[in-house]
Structure formats: structure tokens, C-alpha cells
Design a protein around this ligand. Structure first.
Ligand SMILES: Nc1ncnc2c1ncn2[C@@H]1O[C@H](COP(=O)(O)OP(=O)(O)OP(=O)(O)O)[C@@H](O)[C@H]1O
Length: 585
């Protein structure tokens, strides 16, 4: 129960509603037990009349009508309060579920990229949906049924013991067996449903991947093979579901069996006691039979609730495991720090701690506001890593990065990121309209601003060619756009922010050289008072930059302007000549 203590703050938050729920439950139960009492009384009146102890039939009829009205009234009141009980407890549980989901989501967002690399997306999603759902079963149904059971027990058994103590003892004796059996069964059900969940998530992941990669599947003609794999997974899934159904099927028969057993005891022992005179009223037996049936479900829920609490505990442990993770990148500065964009790398070395790859080794750079630095180099040489460090997606291992003469970790992280327009290598577009995908960089952007940004990124005419223009909704990962169009929408998204620092990570690779030239000439105007880092494999993209660096295995092997580098033998010149011969320049 340790992990579940995390929820106490929510119980405190909804304290008053829970107390009201408790009072409502007690009232509902009191009215519920009135029903068997009135039935018992009715049987007694009829019994007395049959034994000739009461002769006036009218009196008997009046008493019966009165009892019927009382039963009706009690049932209605009990039903109304039971409805209110569910409304309070279940509604509170939905509020707590909502609060907890938001808490987990907020925390996820604070965590650094490393966290996302170490944990699978499916796992993150499971904890926020399925695990929170299981915890809700504890804060909702489990608490509601526990309160219900305890109040019913105190009220009903107290009343039963007051009218026939010995019979009460015999009647409740089999109930712990019922509770224990239901508990065992619930544990077995839980085990099997966990397995079912695992198989279901395998099947979901497989289906999701095959639909995302449908182009590859069709291009390679492997539909039949994919179908076989799906059928196999589906088969396993079905078998596990059947295993689960087998134990679930035992639940109600087991309950009915044990209720039947308790009823037999009441009839047998109660009958004997009535015959030998220990019990004087026949109605008591009738009342007891109704009480046994009333107690059965709450007793069964003791076992069920125990298993719910165990599952919730396990889920909360998993949730707490993530909640207790501290973000590696911490915002040390709470006050705002304006960003102008003078960037210095001072002997920066960076090692990815999961792969242990030292992606950057002793990098020194000095880029002033208004300047453009281009980075070129073989794949895996550390180009993207430089951009990631500027956005403080990771902290440097040794050396330091300074922006406007301040160490990067002495800047307000939100200010830093708000002042960066980043265009990643793999343009990611959300399943939303093109308009919203662009204005993502500036939420309050007007249509004119959006169009202006799209014009600068040379994608406006493509967008207006779509029948719905800027309202065109993009499919998953923007599949309705070509690679080059996606890149340009992504550039527009960065431009619209009008940030102090622009980071372009090989984002013109899918654009033809003519369009590239137009974009670069537009960027030239935009970046006049900004600091720009541009990563590329093409000389045509980097040639106009103020500084160009060539990276190789994390080290700067060449540095200078286009002309300076052309006059030096090395990687840059070789690449230039090669691309020139390919007529790329
Ligand atoms: N998130 C990461 N976790 C661990 N290692 C990484 C990560 N990203 C990159 N690396 C490794 O760091 C090195 C530099 O990668 P980086 O992405 O900076 O290269 P790059 O020059 O941008 O390559 P490309 O031109 O192919 O984009 C590579 O060896 C890569 O495998």
C-alpha cells in the first residue's frame, strides 16, 4: 500500500465529497435493511392469522398494505441514495483519474530526451492510460464497495445478531470462504488478463507498424507474409482470451453455489430452531434468507476489492517509477533572460551516455548575432549533435557553451527554447491542418503571418494548389505532402517564430537546387539580425555562410569561408569538385 500513498493528496483534495459519500452510503444501507424487516413482519402477521392468534382479517390486510407501502418507500429511498453513492464515489474517482493523468503527462513533458530513448513509447502510453485506469478502480469502485460492505456488515449483522444470535453465527460462517474463493479467482483472472493485455499490445504494435509502413510492405510485395504474422499473433491473442474466459466463467457459478449453501443453512438451522421454539417468529427465517442474499455480493467484493487494490498498487509503483525520475536538463534560472544570439563553444566535448559515443571532441566556435555558421561533414560526424546542444536538449560533458557571455545553463531554459527556431532533419508534422502546423511555432499567428512564412519557405504556391489550401489536414506524419514540401512547411514553422537563433538540420535535402536557392536567398534576408546554424551535405547550401566548419568523427577538421576552404586541399574542396562534376552546384 506504500505506493498508493501518492494518492492521499487527491483524497485530501476531494475530502468533503468523500465524507458526503460515506454518509450517503450509510443512509442507503439503513433503508436497504428495512426491506427484509417489513417482509419478515408481513410473514409474521399472516402466520399469526393462520394460527388464529389474530382473527380480524381487516387488521391483517391493513398491516400488509402498510408494510407494502413501507417496503416501496424504503426501496425507493435506498435506490436513490445508492444512485447518489455511485455519483459521489465514481465521480470523485474520475476527477482523481483526470488529475493523475495530467500530473503524469506534465511530468513526462519535463523529462529529458534520454528518458524517451530509454523507455518505449508503448510503455509511456500504458502507464498514463492503463495503469492510471487501474488506479482509478482503487480510488473509485474499490473504496465505494469497501465503504458499502463495511456499513452493510455493521448494520445488517448488528441487526441480525440482535434478533437471532446463534442463527447469525451459522449464516455468516460460510461467507469468509466465499470471500477467499473470490479473491483467489480474482488473482487468477488478473494474471490471465495481464497476459491478454501483453498479447493485445503486441498485436496493436504490429498492426500500427504495418499500417505506418504500408508503403514498404506494398513495395516489397510482402502482404502475404505480413498477413501470416498477423494471423499468428491473432491466434495467440485468441488463445489467451479463451484462457481468461474460462476462469471468468467460474465467477458467478461460484457465487451462486455459496449463496445457495448459506440459504440451505438458514433454512435448515432456522427451521430446526423454529420447530424447537428458539426462534418464535417465522418471519425471522424469511428475513435471514433475504439478508444472506444481501450480504453475498458485498462479501464477494471483499475478495474482488483486495485484488483491485493489489493491481492498483502494482500500477502505482510503475507510475511512481516515472514520476520519481528527475529531468536531466534542469532550468536553474527562474527570471527571464533575454537572448541576443552570440554563441560560443569553448572546448566542448559530448558523449551520449546510452551509447557511450563521443559525438563531439573539443569543439571551439564563435558565432556572432547576424552571422551564419554552416556545418558540413560525413554522416555521423556530430553535426546534429551541435544543434541539439544549442537547444540544450543535452548538457555538454566537458567544456562550455556560452550564449551572450552566459553559460548556457545560466539561461532561463524556456527563454532559450522560445528564442530558437529549429528545423529537424526528419520534419515532423502533426495530424492537423497545414495552417496549424505552421502556426505551431507561434500560436497567435494571423493568416497573413502564416502565409508570409510559407512564402519565405517557398511552399505557399504548393499549399494554395491543394483544394483546401491552408486548411488541408495532414495524415499521420504528413503523408499527403512530399518530402520537400514537409521540409518547407517545417521551415515556415521555424521562421514564423522570428527567433534570435535559427537551427536548420539538413532541412533542404529533399528540395531541388532551384527551390533551395530561392529559400536560401529568402533566408539571407531573414537571418540578417539572427544567429543561424545550417547543417548540410551540399556545398550549394553552405557556400554563402560566414563561416563553414567541416566535422569528422566529432572534430573540426577544417574551418573558414567558402573561398578560404576552396583554396585549401581537404574534404571541402574534394566535395566541391565532386558535386561540381555532378552539376549540383
Ligand atoms: N540520441 C543519440 N543517442 C546516442 N547516440 C547518438 C544519438 N544521436 C546521435 N548519436 C551518435 O552520435 C554520433 C553523431 O551523430 P549526429 O546525429 O550528430 O551525426 P550527424 O553528423 O548529424 O549525422 P547525419 O549527417 O547522418 O545526420 C553518431 O555516431 C550517432 O550514432
Amino acid at each position: 500500500m506504500r505506493a498508493l500513498r501518492h494518492l492521499n493528496k487527491y483524497f485530501r483534495k476531494y475530502k468533503s465529497r468523500l465524507i458526503i459519500g460515506l454518509i450517503i452510503t450509510i443512509i442507503a444501507r439503513i433503508f436497504a435493511i428495512a426491506v427484509p424487516k417489513f417482509i419478515g413482519d408481513s410473514v409474521d402477521v399472516v402466520d399469526l392469522y393462520l394460527k388464529n392468534e389474530v382473527q380480524n382479517l381487516e387488521l391483517v390486510k391493513d398491516e400488509l398494505i402498510m408494510n407494502i407501502l413501507l417496503i416501496l418507500g424504503s426501496v425507493l429511498i435506498a435506490a436513490f441514495f445508492t444512485f447518489l453513492m455511485r455519483q459521489t464515489f465514481i465521480v470523485v474517482s474520475r476527477h482523481i483519474e483526470y488529475d493523475l493523468k495530467n500530473e503524469v503527462y506534465r511530468h513526462y513533458e519535463r523529462l529529458s530526451l534520454n528518458f524517451y530513448k530509454k523507455n518505449r513509447t508503448g510503455d509511456l502510453m500504458n502507464r498514463i492510460s492503463e495503469d492510471v485506469g487501474k488506479v482509478r478502480m482503487y480510488v473509485g469502485p474499490a473504496i465505494m464497495y469497501s465503504v458499502n460492505t463495511v456499513t452493510l456488515f455493521v448494520v445488517v449483522i448488528g441487526y441480525m445478531a440482535s434478533i437471532a444470535p446463534e442463527l447469525t453465527l451459522y449464516t455468516v460462517a460460510p461467507l469468509p470462504i466465499l470471500s477467499l474463493s473470490i479473491y483467489k479467482l480474482s488473482v487468477a483472472i488478473h494474471k490471465r488478463s495481464t497476459i491478454v493485455q501483453q498479447y493485445l499490445s503486441k498485436l496493436t504494435t504490429f498492426t500500427q507498424e504495418s499500417f505506418s509502413g504500408i508503403t514498404v510492405i506494398k513495395a516489397y510485395g510482402i502482404e502475404a507474409q505480413t498477413q501470416d504474422n498477423f494471423t499468428e499473433l491473432s491466434d495467440q491473442n485468441k488463445d489467451k482470451n479463451i484462457d481468461l474466459a474460462k476462469v471468468q466463467a467460474l465467477f458467478f457459478p461460484l457465487m451462486v453455489l455459496l449463496i445457495g449453501f448459506s440459504n440451505l443453512i438458514v433454512i435448515y438451522i432456522g427451521g430446526r430452531q423454529y420447530i424447537d421454539g428458539t426462534i418464535t417468529e417465522l418471519g425471522v427465517i424469511v428475513e435471514f434468507i433475504i439478508f444472506v442474499n444481501m450480504l453475498t455480493w458485498p462479501v464477494a467484493t471483499v475478495g474482488w476489492v483486495t485484488s483491485i487494490v493489489q493491481q492498483a498498487e502494482a500500477s502505482q509503483v510503475r507510475i511512481n517509477e516515472f514520476l520519481s525520475q528527475e529531468p536531466e536538463i534542469v532550468n536553474h534560472v527562474k527570471h527571464t533572460t533575454p537572448i541576443h544570439g552570440n554563441i560560443v563553444f569553448d572546448n566542448v566535448t559530448f558523449t551520449y551516455d546510452d551509447t557511450n559515443i563521443t559525438a563531439l571532441k573539443g569543439i571551439n566556435l564563435n558565432v556572432k548575432r547576424g552571422e551564419t555558421l554552416a556545418i558540413i561533414g560525413k554522416t555521423g560526424s556530430g553535426k546534429s549533435t551541435i544543434l541539439d546542444l544549442i537547444g540544450r536538449l543535452y548538457d555538454v560533458s566537458t567544456g562550455e557553451i556560452r550564449i551572450d557571455n552566459k553559460k548556457i545553463d545560466q539561461l532561463n531554459l524556456t527563454d532559450l527554447r522560445e528564442n530558437i527556431g529549429y528545423v529537424p532533419q526528419d520534419a515532423f508534422l502533426f495530424s492537423d491542418s497545414i495552417k496549424n502546423n505552421i502556426s505551431f511555432g507561434k500560436e497567435d499567428a494571423s493568416q497573413e503571418e502564416i502565409e508570409a512564412a510559407a512564402r519565405k519557405a517557398v511552399v505557399h504556391s504548393n499549399i494554395t494548389n491543394f483544394s483546401k489550401g491552408y486548411e488541408t489536414v495532414l495524415g499521420e506524419r504528413g503523408i499527403t505532402l512530399s518530402g520537400g514540401q514537409k521540409q518547407r512547411v517545417s521551415i515556415a514553422r521555424a521562421i514564423i517564430k522570428d527567433p534570435a537563433i535559427l537551427l536548420f538540420d539538413d532541412c533542404l535535402s529533399a528540395v531541388d537546387t532551384e527551390t533551395e536557392e530561392q529559400i536560401l536567398s529568402n533566408l539571407n534576408k531573414i537571418t540578417k539580425n539572427k544567429t543561424t546554424f545550417i547543417v548540410s551535405h551540399r556545398i550549394s547550401t553552405v557556400k554563402n555562410a560566414d563561416q563553414i566548419i567541416v566535422l569528422d568523427e566529432g572534430k573540426i577538421i577544417q574551418q573558414g569561408s567558402h573561398n578560404q576552404l576552396l583554396n585549401t586541399d581537404g574534404y571541402y574542396k574534394k566535395l566541391y569538385l565532386k558535386q561540381l562534376s555532378e552539376k549540383e552546384i
